[in-house]
Design a protein around this ligand. Structure first.
Ligand code: PEP
Ligand code: MG
Length: 317
């Protein structure tokens, strides 16, 4: 029985009509990889590297970072690893970086904007990632909070320069879709990178103009709001024009109904906290992809998040 349960967890998420969704885990530290794999994760779809900076109380140097990335790669034994470059600003403030105070940090110098201004942070991190990848593994680099194609061009140029200096392998370079402008213009951004991963936590915050940390508005900050779903659909369509894959690594990917809807919208990969994996896989395995597509179509036509959630009861019947 135990062996059967373990086999269920390890089996891929394939719908009853044979459509596979890749299921990855959001994991920040090498010692969490084992739990993620045991839970059924097929790789790491989001490694939030800012935790390295937050936990140490000091900026980790290139060697320290390389050691952590190497340990992640080793623990994954060839499975995919997406390392997200430092995403500081907004809700993730790091005192020891001495960044100026901002009136509106969520609309300020955060994510890619900060990386492009602080090469003293960007370059050691990229060198550490490329050096770690020289030992092998299936490593991708991902940039947070990208708003426009010009940012990707500049970030990619930094990757390529560092890669060439080190003689390291070429790694896929992707971006997060977290800003509504990036979702609407996803076709333009997809032309400049290898994959897109939607950060629905921030995308919801920016689309609905609701601070993701405001408890008063938590119920209204619903990633299943039809406007957010339309932004996701636009992202998928934009990526498809260039043959790029699309993932979702925000919280809604770990909600079984949310995962079913995202699959129906054409998302290829879902990355979530390990504890959500089993329920999401079970939901997808019990579904037909043609029905999920029809469900997604109805959700895009709904007027409110409540209407979208009401479709869940219908889908389960
Ligand atoms: C997101 O915004 O959905 C996301 C995955 O990134 P973070 O939660 O780290 O901002
Ligand atoms: Mg985010």
């Amino acid at each position: 029985r135990q062996a059967e349960a373990a086999q269920q967890r390890g089996a891929p998420a394939v719908t009853r009509d044979g459509h596979r969704i890749e299921i990855a885990a959001n994991v920040n530290r090498p010692d969490q990889v084992r739990t993620a794999l045991e839970a059924g994760g097929e790789g790491v779809g989001l490694m939030r590297t800012e935790f390295l900076f937050l936990e140490r109380g000091a900026t980790p140097d290139e060697d320290e970072q390389e050691a952590v990335y190497r340990a992640m790669i080793a623990a994954l034994e060839g499975r995919p690893l997406i390392i997200r470059a430092l995403d500081i600003g907004g809700d993730k403030q790091v005192a020891h970086l001495g960044l100026p105070r901002e009136e509106n940090p969520f609309l300020g110098v955060r994510g890619a904007r900060l990386l492009l201004r602080r090469t003293d942070l960007l370059e050691p991190q990229l060198r550490a990632i490329y050096r770690a990848a020289m030992a092998g593994g299936d490593v991708s680099v991902m940039f947070p909070m990208v708003t426009s194609a010009s940012e990707i061009v500049r970030l990619r140029a930094a990757c390529e320069r560092i890669r060439a200096e080190l003689g390291a392998p070429v790694l896929p370079v992707g971006i997060m879709i977290e800003v509504p402008a990036a979702a609407v213009a996803a076709d333009r951004l997809a032309a400049q990178c290898d994959f897109l991963s939607i950060g629905t936590n921030d995308l919801t915050q920016y689309a609905l103009a609701i601070d993701r940390q405001n408890p008063e508005l938590a119920a209204e900050a619903d990633s299943l709001h039809p406007a957010v779903l339309r932004l996701i659909a636009q992202t998928v369509a934009g990526a498809a024009k260039h043959g790029r894959w699309v993932g979702v690594c925000g919280g809604i990917a770990g909600d079984p109904f949310g995962a079913a809807l995202l699959a129906g919208l054409g998302v290829n990969e879902l990355s979530m906290t390990p504890r959500d994996i089993a329920a999401v896989k079970a939901r997808l395995r019990g579904s037909r992809f043609d029905e999920l597509r029809a469900l997604a179509g109805r959700a895009l036509d709904a007027a409110t998040a409540d209407e979208v959630r009401a479709l869940d009861a219908g889908a389960q019947r």
